[in-house]
Structure formats: structure tokens, C-alpha cells
Design a protein around this ligand. Structure first.
Ligand SMILES: Cc1cc2nc3c(=O)[nH]c(=O)nc-3n(C[C@H](O)[C@H](O)[C@H](O)COP(=O)(O)OP(=O)(O)OC[C@H]3O[C@@H](n4cnc5c(N)ncnc54)[C@H](O)[C@@H]3O)c2cc1C
Length: 373
């Protein structure tokens, strides 16, 4: 088949590489000019490791592992309040998000065409295919369009309708950015600091340290049109207001400053994406575009296993008319895993962002008690 994959994140690169190896003619289009640095490290585990093996990159992933094995919870002055060992095993590889993205993209280049700096503008179903109009390139016809373009998916907007119908704001905003290595206390230690409604995380990320600020938004908003998403300045203002003037979590000021300065900073409101169906006609959604698991360290793994299941489902397709059936297989195979993760979102959010001093003390006590997180 002639397939367009939109979005060269973890979901899109995994899908494009696997589809290319499966002898489909694949074009991967990405609106950014290159892989963006930054973003918190992700875990590759569960069904994602066999996918990495299939792509021949499992060894490279292990070489690039962050090597972090301890979590420290510190107060705003940096005094350690609780420590825990992190669960580490050969079945769970923690790796920088950009590093994983780069390794996957290298595989795509071997089997597919990659177009940067462009994206879809229109989708028109034809009797024997789908025509895609691009922001910059000429219109092209495909047999299938895979929307792997993240939480604010343009493919979802074009193929399924406005964002507000599918995305519910979670009330959480995140800024994540490469930071000065001097802020890292040890290459094996990730440090988290909470004040009510604001959290900072400093992760050594295998020599490419990343800082994240996570805050509760008071009036979260979802915009239907990308042009009406809050501007970078508006999002920065929310982060600054919420991170507080009197009591900031550890290194809150430094991370905010890095987010403000860096063109690579990831700065977004996190929404919950819920869709009754992930495909319509010749359009199918994958990764955060379909199910938005951002903020959980497993979003990369789930994106990779979803890509594997989509490609496996398409390999069962004998005649072009069976496309709807194949896309149905994909969804039935992948939904249970996504729903399992979605059930954990609320608990994970409370752990990540305690809203009161009491909840913070409870969190520290729980970490001391379990000793492993
Ligand atoms: C730079 C960056 C930093 C991140 N940092 C964090 C973090 O700190 N914490 C966290 O929980 N999650 C973060 N995420 C999200 C996390 O990577 C995803 O939840 C997970 O990996 C699943 O990825 P995905 O491929 O489905 O979506 P994404 O990782 O969002 O990738 C989507 C890709 O599609 C591209 N794209 C978007 N719109 C279009 C368009 N119209 N046309 C063409 N391409 C388009 C984007 O540029 C991006 O490359 C980050 C994502 C990015 C891109």
C-alpha cells in the first residue's frame, strides 16, 4: 500500500519503520525541521521491547540507557526528605525521549521517504484512495493515512472533527527542557521537588539532563483551531504564576528560565483524549493522537506497541476492501492496554502533583515506606 504517516514522534517513526520493512511504500511527514531535543525520558518495556528487537535497535537502546537507579524527593531548599530505589531490570530500558526518537528515525530513513517542514492541510476521500493536500507540497494520493501527530493532532481534526469533541483538559501543564548539567547532583539520581500544585523534576537523562516543571492550571482550555491554542507567552505566564513567588520547588526558577529561553522546550497543557473509534475510512490514529497518555512514563512504550499492532493488523489484509476489518483488528488488539494505562492516570497525577502540604508529607512518607518506586 501507499501510506502516509503524519508525525515523526515515537509513534510515527515506529509505524513508518515497521511499515517500510513490511514492503509498504511509506512517506513520513513531520512539520518540525528536525527531532526536537528535550522532553522527559521514557521507558521502553513490555511489548515495546520486542518491537525494538524487530527494528534491530534493542542493543542500541540498552547502550543509551540513562542508568538512573535512585529517586530523591527534596524540599525547596534541596534538603532530601525521602529516597527510593528505582525498579531497574533488563526488561525495562529508560532512555532520553529525543535519543529514542533519533534511533527510530534512523530506521525510517532506511525504508521510507521522510519529508520535514510540512504537514497535511486537507484530506479528501476518493473512490479508490485518499487525497492529502499539504501546507507546502503538492497534493498526493494514498491508500491509508496514519495520524501520529500527537495530542493536538491535525489528522484527527481533519478526519474526525474538532479537538473539543475528543480532548478533555486534565488541568495540568508541563514545561520540559534541556538544562545546565550543573543542576544534576549525580548521573544516577533523579530529583523531584513538590510545593502545593507545582512540581519540579531534574533528570540526568544519560548525560543530556532535562528539567521539568509541572503545574495545576486554574482554567484549562482546549482550542479547536491550532491558531487559537494559547501562545507560548500565555503558557509561560501560567507556569510562572502557578510555580509561585514565595515558595518555589527546588530549582523552579532555573527550569522556568530555561523553558523561556529554549526553542526546544516542550510546553503544553495535558489533555485526555477519548475516542469511540480510532479509524474512519482510510484514516487511522496512533499514539497520543488516538489516546493521549502524555505524562505517564509509559506513553512511548504504548505508542510503540500500538504501531506494532497496527502493522500486524495490516499484514492480515488480503484485499484492499478489507481495510476497515484490519483497522478494527488493530483497535481491538490495542485498546485493552491503553485502557489499563488510562485507569492509572488519576492516581499517577496525584502522585506527580500533590496539591497540599499534607499531601506532600503523605507522598514523602509513602516513598520512605515503600523504598522502591
Ligand atoms: C519535543 C517533545 C517533548 C516531549 N516531552 C514530554 C515530556 O516531558 N513529558 C511527557 O509526558 N511527554 C512528553 N512528550 C510527549 C511524549 O513524547 C508522547 O506522549 C509519547 O512519546 C507518544 O508520542 P507520539 O509520537 O504519539 O506523539 P508526540 O511525541 O507528540 O509526537 C508527535 C509528532 O507529530 C508532529 N506533528 C504535530 N502536528 C503535526 C502536523 N500537523 N504535521 C506533521 N507533523 C506534526 C510533532 O512535531 C511531533 O514530532 C514530548 C513530545 C515531544 C514532541
Amino acid at each position: 500500500m501507499e501510506i502516509l504517516v503524519v508525525g515523526a514522534g515515537i509513534a510515527g517513526c515506529t509505524a513508518a519503520a515497521l511499515l517500510g520493512w513490511a514492503d509498504h511504500r511509506v512517506t513520513l511527514v513531520e512539520h518540525d525541521p528536525a527531532v526536537r531535543e528535550g522532553g522527559s525520558p521514557v521507558h521502553v518495556r513490555g511489548g515495546a521491547l520486542p518491537i525494538a528487537e524487530r527494528l534491530g535497535i534493542a542493543g542500541l537502546l540498552r547502550e543509551a540507557e540513562t542508568g538512573v537507579d535512585r529517586a530523591e524527593f527534596v524540599d525547596p531548599r534541596g534538603t532530601v526528605r525521602a529516597t527510593a530505589r528505582l525498579r531497574t531490570s533488563g526488561d525495562d530500558v529508560e532512555i532520553g525521549r529525543a535519543e529514542l526518537n533519533r534511533l527510530l528515525l534512523e530506521q525510517v530513513h532506511r525504508v521510507a521517504q521522510v519529508v520535514s517542514g510540512d504537514g497535511p492541510r486537507t484530506l479528501t476521500e476518493l473512490p479508490d484512495g485518499i487525497e492529502v493536500g499539504f501546507e507546502r507540497g503538492r497534493p498526493e494520493r494514498y491508500d491509508l493515512v496514519v495520524g501520529a501527530d500527537g495530542q493536538h493532532s491535525q489528522v484527527r481534526r481533519l478526519g474526525f472533527g474538532r479537538e473539543t469533541a475528543y480532548v478533555t483538559p486534565s488541568g495540568i501543564m508541563i514545561g520540559a527542557v534541556p538544562i545546565d548539567p550543573d543542576l544534576v547532583v549525580s548521573p544516577r539520581v533523579v530529583r523531584t521537588s513538590h510545593t502545593p500544585g507545582a512540581t519540579t523534576i531534574i533528570h540526568p537523562a544519560g548525560g543530556h539532563p532535562v528539567g521539568a516543571v509541572i503545574v495545576r492550571e486554574e482554567e484549562p482550555d482546549v482550542a479547536d483551531d491550532p491558531a487559537h491554542q494559547p501562545s507560548r507567552e500565555e503558557r509561560m505566564a501560567i507556569l510562572e504564576k502557578r510555580i509561585g513567588r514565595r515558595m518555589r520547588p527546588w530549582h523552579g526558577t532555573d527550569i522556568l528560565e530555561a523553558v523561556r529561553r529554549s526553542p526546544d522546550a516542550y510546553l503544553d497543557s495535558i489533555g485526555r483524549v477519548e475516542m469511540a473509534s480510532w479509524s474512519r475510512g482510510r484514516v487511522v490514529l496512533l499514539g497520543d493522537a488516538a489516546c493521549g497518555l502524555t505524562l505517564l512514563g509509559d506513553s512511548g512504550s504504548v505508542a510503540m506497541t500500538g504501531a506494532g499492532r497496527l502493522v500486524d493488523a495490516l499484514s492480515r489484509l488480503d484485499r484492499p476492501g478489507d481495510l476497515a476489518q484490519a483497522l478494527g483488528y488493530y483497535e481491538r488488539a490495542h485498546r485493552p492496554e491503553v485502557e489499563h494505562h488510562l485507569r492509572g492516570v488519576e492516581k499517577a497525577t496525584k502522585r506527580l502533583l500533590p496539591m497540599t502540604r499534607r499531601a506532600i508529607r503523605r507522598r514523602h512518607r509513602a516513598v520512605r515506606f515503600t523504598r522502591r518506586v
